[in-house]
Design a binder for this molecule. Structure first.
Ligand code: AHR
Length: 502
């Protein structure tokens, strides 16, 4: 089977915002406690943070981490998480049926973010609370001093403000599972007033308003239109969330789901344009895809805790999906989809980062290890920065219940400004056939293959674990650039990345 594509250096989709490769850490399960924070761990730093985890986060080079939730934020009292640790209250977390000790709060997380080389993206509670706690939190975090909340921050040991730019106005406010769920009009109003107040403090903030929790919500996409109608003038991004399941255990169907992701992004981009035109606005609003991942492996085992049959445990194992090789292909296709929409999707947050539906896992008192999906994310984060190119693709496809004519090859290309390299990410969805791929390179000058990596040849259910990481990249072979064309044979069910250097 054959597929061909043309890349032209001036045929551009858009500039990729590095924050497309962000992530998310919530007070949920073992993300914080025994995830990033474990004071008794042999690698713990002076703040009790696991250095082995920080090293892996640094390896992924995550530019931004959303915090502290997620569903958790919708009943969160941020004031509980500051001041002397021994005086902080333990609260019941309704979202995850757990106890929250507040031993890690904004100060501790900010120190961690600094050590991990990432920026914080903070969410305010618009579920059980509203405008006042949100503006107070902003003052606490960002004001230099001379006011009640900023002076309290100083008293609590942090002289300099953190200067957080990105703020999420609540989380998944359309969801029946959310504490303080709202209608689109109710939410639109509170989000508008909160954004107005936050902007009255600092016009340069980047504010994210909640879109639908997922495209299967009954209110989607009217929700986006109503919420943006209220808030268009005061926000910069609308958030989208999507998790991928494999309900039929059918690989062809599973890997076709990025067609739904594509439609979701296109629809919301259309809604943004509709409201922009309706308001005769010159301003742009972009998409913050601030929760995405595969999430289904752990659903059954979490049921007992989430249905409240285990009391209120502190940091129980929850959402600990163990990813397999099939998920590598899915994550590769998801990242390619984001790259192809780089003109409108500016922020992305892999949900989540540690232990909870995460690329990084930890053993309490033991090692940290890389899940299978660590690698496609690593490659995209490391080599997927620059300009996204619009490829003219010609590739055979297949039909499933999910979508028609799903191309066997999922391809994205990025031109790096930093070193001039052209990076091509390819997933072959075909289950039995290699595909002979021919990519015409126009306007790039002399090129050669400077890196060729693939993840290939594993059982679809193969996983990694603390004792070994067999599902990992290896060097690809046989790719050549000649006469201005890249030619390579892409193995069935494989993830591949080429870098074509100058
Ligand atoms: O990431 C796990 C949960 O998924 C988040 O808390 C919530 O926002 C979403 O439903």
């Amino acid at each position: 089977m054959r597929a061909s594509a043309i890349a032209h250096k001036d045929f551009v989709i858009g500039q990729i915002d590095p924050r497309l490769y962000g992530s998310f850490i919530e007070h949920l399960g073992r993300a914080i406690y025994t995830g990033i924070f474990e004071p008794d761990h042999p690698t713990a730093d002076d703040n009790g943070m696991r250095q082995d985890v920080i090293d892996l986060v640094r390896e992924l080079d995550v530019p931004v981490v959303r915090y502290p939730g997620g569903n958790f934020v919708s009943a969160f009292y941020w004031e509980d998480s500051i001041g002397p640790v021994e005086e902080r209250p333990t609260r019941l977390d309704l979202a995850w049926h757990s106890s929250e000790s507040n031993k890690v709060g904004i100060h501790e997380f900010a120190e961690w973010a600094d050590a991990a080389g990432t920026e914080m993206m903070l969410a305010v509670n618009l579920g059980s609370r509203g405008l006042d706690p949100a503006r107070n939190f902003l003052e606490y975090v960002n004001h230099p001093g001379g006011s009640y909340w900023s002076d309290l921050r100083k008293k609590n040991g942090r002289e300099e403000p953190w200067g957080v730019k990105m703020w999420c106005l609540g989380n998944e406010m359309d969801g029946p599972w959310q504490t303080g769920q709202k209608t689109a009009d109710e939410y639109g109003r509170i989000a508008f007033e909160t954004a107005k107040a936050m902007r009255a403090y600092d016009k340069s903030l980047e504010l994210v308003v909640c879109g639908s929790s997922t495209p299967t919500m009954p209110s989607y996409p009217q929700w986006e239109a109503t919420v943006l109608d209220h808030t268009y003038d005061v926000v910069d991004y609308i958030s989208l969330h999507m998790y991928f399941d494999n309900p039929k255990g059918d690989t062809a169907d599973y890997l076709a789901q990025t067609a739904r992701l594509d439609a979701y992004i296109c629809t919301v981009a259309g809604v943004i344009q509709f409201i922009k035109s309706k308001k005769r606005s010159k301003k742009d609003v972009y998409i913050s895809f601030d929760e995405w991942n595969v999430w289904y492996h752990s659903r059954e085992q979490d049921r007992k805790i989430l249905e409240g049959n285990s009391g209120w445990p502190h940091a129980p194992a929850l959402l600990e999906d163990i990813y397999n090789f099939e998920d590598v292909l899915q994550v590769g296709c998801i990242l390619n989809t984001f790259i192809r929409h780089a003109d409108v999707v500016k922020i992305g947050c892999l949900a989540q980062l540690v232990n909870v539906i995460a690329p990084i896992m930890t053993v309490e008192g033991g090692p940290a290890w890389r899940q299978t999906t660590f690698y496609p994310f690593l490659f995209a984060s490391k080599y997927g920065r620059g300009t996204s190119l619009n490829l003219a693709m010609d590739c055979p496809g297949y039909d499933t219940d999910v979508a028609k004519n799903v191309p066997y090859l999922d391809v994205a290309a990025v031109q790096s400004e930093a070193d001039g390299a052209l990076t091509v990410f390819v997933v072959n969805r075909h289950q039995t056939d290699a595909i002979e791929f021919d990519l015409a390179l126009e306007g790039f000058g002399e090129r050669s293959v400077t890196m060729d990596k693939e993840i290939v040849g594993h059982d679809l259910r193969a996983t990694n674990g603390p004792d070994g990481e067999p599902v990992a990249p290896v060097d690809g072979a046989g790719a050549i650039v000649a006469g201005g064309r890249l030619s390579a044979s892409i193995a069935p069910l494989s993830y591949r990345m080429f870098r074509l250097g100058v």
